[in-house]
Design a protein around this ligand. Structure first.
Ligand code: EPU
Length: 418
C-alpha cells in the first residue's frame, strides 16, 4: 500500500505550472469518439481517470495513445456500443460516455454507475433527457439498455438542477442528432465551455455555453481536431490553498483566472494578498489567516463544491469561526473525521460545518476516502506540526498529477513510500 509521509510546518514557496483539467479532459475524450478522424488533445493530465477513459475508448474500437500529456484518438465507426461493467466501475464519470455512444451508434449498453463516496449520485436527469430525444431505455440487472430506433432527435430539455454531467451528456448525444436541442437551466461550468469549444472545432453547431441555455443544432458529421485542455481550476485552488495555509508565497503559471474568481475572493477574505497578470496568479500569505464567515457551495459561478474540503483544511488554523454550507452533494464532509484527528475543531449539523480556528494542528495517520477530501488531508498535513501519514492515495491520484513532486518543488517535506 502506498502512503504519503509529510513532515509538516514548511512554508511553501516557489512557482509551478498548473496541470490540465481532469473534468474537462474526461468529457472531451468521450466526445472524441463522435468524430471521424484523429483528435489530438494537448495538456491532458496524466491521471488514473484519464487512463480509464482511454481504456473505454480502446474497448469501443477507437485507437488511442497517451504520453507526455498528449492524447491522440483515432475514431471512426464504433466496433462496440457496450461498455463492460468492469470499465464502468473504474470511475463514476464513465457515464458521460453514454451520450457520446448514443450520438454515434444510436444504441448503447452500460452498467449502472451506482453511488460513490460523495453520496447516491443518481443519473435520472441524464436518462430523462435521452428519452425526450427518442431513446428507449430499459434497466435490467444493473444494465442500462438504450436504443433510439428512429435515430436521435433534438428536444427541448429543462434540467431540474444545472447538473454538469447531464448537460455534457445531452450535448454529446445532440451534436449529431436530427434537429435542434435546447438545454434550459444548463450547467455553466468552464469545463462545459471547453467541451463546447472542442466540439465546435470538430464541426458542431453549439451556442450559449457558459450561460443557462445551450442550443445545439445537429450536424451530419464531426471531424477530429487539435485542442488544448483548459487548466485545472481545482488543482490550482489546492496549490494556492496549501501555500496560504503554510504562510507561503507561490506563483501559479498557466492558470485560469476567470474560472477561479469565487475561490480567489475567499482566499483574499482570509487575508492573502493575490495579484494576477495574464494567466499567472501570485499569492502571498503572511500572518495567521482570518476566518471566512460564510462559504456556500453552489453551481458555477458560485463557490465550487470541489474546493470545499480544500478551503476547509486551509482555514483550520484561521483566527475566528468559518461557516460552511455544502449544497451540491449529500456526503461531502467525509474528510472531517481525519481533520479532527489532526486537532481541528469542526462541528457538523446537516449540511453546515462550523470550523473554529485552532492555534495548532498535529500530524496523524489518516486515510483519504475521496479525491478532494484526500487533498484536504495533504494540506492539513503540510501545515501541521510533526509527521502525517496519508493512505488511500488511489483517490488522490485520480485528480492530481504527481502531487508529492509538486509540493516537494515548493519546499515541502513530503514523500511517497510503499
Ligand atoms: N444529480 C441528480 N440527478 C442527475 C444528475 C445529478 O440528482 O441526473 C445531482 C447529484 O446527485 C448532485 C448534483 O446533482 O447532488 C450535482 O451533480 P452533477 O451532475 O453536477 O455532478 P457530476 O457531473 O456528477 C461533476 C464533476 C464533479 C463535481 C460536480 C459538481 C466531473 C467528471 N465531475 O460531477 O467533480 O463535483 O460536477 O461541480 O466533471 C471532482 O472532480 O472531485 C468531482 C467530484
Amino acid at each position: 500500500m502506498q502512503k504519503l509521509i509529510i513532515n509538516g510546518g514548511q512554508r511553501l514557496r516557489g512557482e509551478i505550472e498548473l496541470q490540465g483539467a481532469k473534468n474537462s479532459a474526461l468529457p472531451i475524450l468521450s466526445a472524441s469518439l463522435l468524430c471521424d478522424g484523429e483528435s489530438i488533445l494537448y495538456n491532458c493530465p496524466c491521471l488514473s481517470d484519464i487512463y480509464s477513459a482511454i481504456r473505454i475508448l480502446n474497448s469501443l474500437g477507437c485507437r488511442c495513445s497517451f504520453s507526455d500529456n498528449k492524447a491522440v484518438i483515432k475514431s471512426g465507426n464504433l466496433e462496440k456500443f457496450e461498455i463492460s461493467e468492469e470499465l464502468m466501475c473504474e470511475m463514476r464519470s464513465s457515464i458521460i460516455f453514454l451520450g457520446a455512444i448514443l450520438g454515434k451508434s444510436k444504441e448503447s449498453i452500460v452498467s449502472y454507475p451506482g453511488g460513490c463516496e460523495l453520496g447516491s449520485r443518481p443519473i435520472d436527469m441524464h436518462l430523462d433527457a435521452f428519452r425526450k430525444m427518442g431513446v428507449d431505455i430499459k434497466e435490467e440487472y444493473g444494465k442500462i439498455i438504450c436504443k433510439a430506433r428512429d435515430g436521435i432527435h433534438g428536444a427541448k430539455i429543462t434540467l431540474d438542477f444545472p447538473s454538469v454531467g447531464a448537460t455534457e451528456n445531452i450535448m454529446l448525444a445532440s451534436v449529431l442528432a436530427k434537429g435542434e436541442t435546447v438545454i434550459n437551466n444548463s450547467a455553466r461550468e468552464p469545463e462545459i465551455c471547453d467541451l463546447a469549444e472542442y466540439l465546435r472545432k470538430c464541426g458542431a453547431k453549439i451556442k450559449g455555453d457558459g450561460e443557462s441555455r445551450i442550443i445545439i443544432k445537429g450536424v451530419k458529421k464531426l471531424y477530429g481536431c487539435e485542442h488544448d485542455i483548459m487548466p485545472d481550476r481545482i488543482a490550482g485552488a489546492t496549490y494556492l490553498s496549501a501555500a496560504a495555509s503554510t504562510g507561503g508565497e507561490i506563483i501559479l503559471k498557466k492558470s485560469c483566472i476567470n474560472a477561479m474568481e469565487s475561490f480567489l475572493s475567499v482566499l483574499e477574505d482570509a487575508g492573502c494578498s493575490i495579484s494576477v497578470a495574464g494567466d499567472v496568479i501570485y499569492l502571498r500569505s503572511g500572518a495567521r489567516l482570518k476566518a471566512v464567515k460564510s462559504i456556500r457551495t453552489m453551481p458555477y459561478p458560485g463557490f465550487p463544491t470541489d474546493a470545499q474540503a480544500i478551503i476547509m483544511a486551509t482555514l483550520l488554523k484561521a483566527n475566528g469561526t468559518s461557516i460552511f454550507e455544502e449544497n451540491i452533494f449529500d456526503c461531502r464532509y467525509k474528510h472531517i473525521d481525519a481533520l479532527l484527528k489532526m486537532g481541528a475543531d469542526i462541528k457538523v449539523r446537516g449540511k453546515t460545518a462550523v470550523v473554529q480556528g485552532v492555534k495548532r494542528l498535529y500530524g496523524a495517520s489518516v486515510e483519504a476516502t475521496d479525491l478532494r477530501g484526500g487533498a484536504a488531508m495533504v494540506i492539513a498535513g503540510l501545515s501541521a506540526e510533526g509527521k502525517s501519514t496519508i493512505t488511500g492515495l488511489r483517490h488522490i491520484d485520480r485528480g492530481y498529477e504527481n502531487i508529492e513532486n509538486v509540493f516537494r518543488n515548493l519546499g515541502a517535506d513530503i514523500k511517497r513510500t510503499e
